[in-house]
Design a binder for this molecule. Structure first.
Ligand SMILES: Nc1ncnc2c1ncn2[C@@H]1O[C@H](COP(=O)(O)OP(=O)(O)OP(=O)(O)O)[C@@H](O)[C@H]1O
Ligand SMILES: [Mg+2]
Length: 312
């Protein structure tokens, strides 16, 4: 089977993000001096613990995500996507390459990822879906036209390809610094899927990818139907307003119960941040980029003149 990626070359965009948020100093800036960090920590409210987990999460957000990956969950309209965009902007600003799998088309409108590519409906060989796509980094793959099955096939193929490339780069001594963003990750990695044979590539990516500089941030509104292993593997977790008893029950495995109860009334943009033993409530700004993503235009094959067609 074609693995779905049909990818030959990796194109990297050199990118300097600019956004309305990036200019304001937040806890997520990685350029704070030690004094500034302690001032921000002193000013922060609802600080439930203080530990090295807190310091490493705040002072070195990019490396923490690269090493430990991230997970964002919350009810409908709780601000998950905008938070994902804010975190992605920080990663981009720190030289991390990103690839966003998005079916909601929200990222095309509000994020600072420079390029987007709309994935066409695949060709079929029997039951097998396949594509011939460019492998692009710093790009949103707009998956809105795909069925859930097509989407998972696509992601499996991409992960296989990117994992192999990351291993090669690591062998050459230039390790990858890359992060996948999975919007609506309950569709991509649903409950129990990581144990399945046909998910081996995804399993390898999420469990071992970080050894080769491949990380992810998963975003979901349905914590209860997302694979538990995925949540467990994610070092930095953000929990927004919780909806539904199932979600509350599941979230109790990871979140301080007292904090979780308060999250039922969270306004949009407010999240519990959890990293190791560190847990705190934070209100995030509403991310809006100044530079909307541009459609990726595939380079046309070079037209050959009459003589070069004859003589090669
Ligand atoms: N931090 C924030 N502060 C204030 N308003 C916000 C914030 N984040 C998002 N919003 C507002 O809430 C709306 C929904 O945000 P967003 O799309 O990020 O939520 P979501 O949780 O991803 O929603 P969905 O469940 O539909 O995917 C945005 O269009 C924006 O107007
Ligand atoms: Mg969303």
């Amino acid at each position: 089977m074609d693995d779905g990626s049909g990818v030959n070359t990796t194109k990297r965009n050199n990118y300097q993000p600019e956004s309305s948020v990036a200019t304001t100093k937040t806890l997520y800036d990685t350029t704070h001096t030690n004094n500034e960090v302690s001032e921000l920590l002193d000013n922060s409210q609802n600080n439930y613990s203080s530990s090295s987990d807190e310091v490493s999460y705040i002072t070195n957000f990019t490396n923490t995500i690269l090493k430990e990956c991230g997970f964002i969950s919350g009810g409908r309209g709780s601000g998950k996507s905008r938070l994902g965009m804010l975190l992605t902007n920080i990663l981009l600003a720190n030289g991390v390459m990103v690839k966003v799998m998005d079916s909601s088309r929200q990222w095309l409108k509000h994020s600072s990822v420079p390029t987007y590519y709309t994935i066409p409906i695949p060709k079929y060989g029997g039951y097998i879906a396949y594509w011939d796509l460019p492998n692009l980094w710093n790009t949103i793959y707009d998956c809105s036209r795909l069925s859930t099955i097509e989407l998972t096939e696509l992601v499996k193929g991409m992960m296989k390809e990117d994992f192999q490339e990351a291993v090669t780069l690591d062998e050459q001594g230039t390790p990858q610094r890359a992060c996948y963003i999975f919007e609506e990750s309950q569709n991509l990695i649903p409950s129990g899927s990581l144990r399945r044979n046909d998910y081996q590539e995804v399993n390898r990516f999420v469990t071992q990818g970080r050894n080769y500089g491949l990380s992810y941030i998963a975003i979901t509104q349905r914590l209860a139907t997302t694979d538990t292993t995925l949540v467990e593997l994610s070092g930095v977790k953000f929990f927004g307003k919780v909806e539904g008893e199932n979600t509350v029950r599941k979230a109790k495995a990871w979140v301080n119960k007292k904090l979780l109860e308060t999250s039922r009334d969270f306004p949009v943009g407010r999240f519990i941040v959890q990293h190791g033993t560190y847990a705190k409530i934070e209100q995030f700004p509403c991310f809006e980029t100044l530079h909307k993503p541009q459609r990726y235009i595939e380079p046309k094959p070079e037209k050959k003149g009459f003589w070069s067609r004859i003589f090669g």
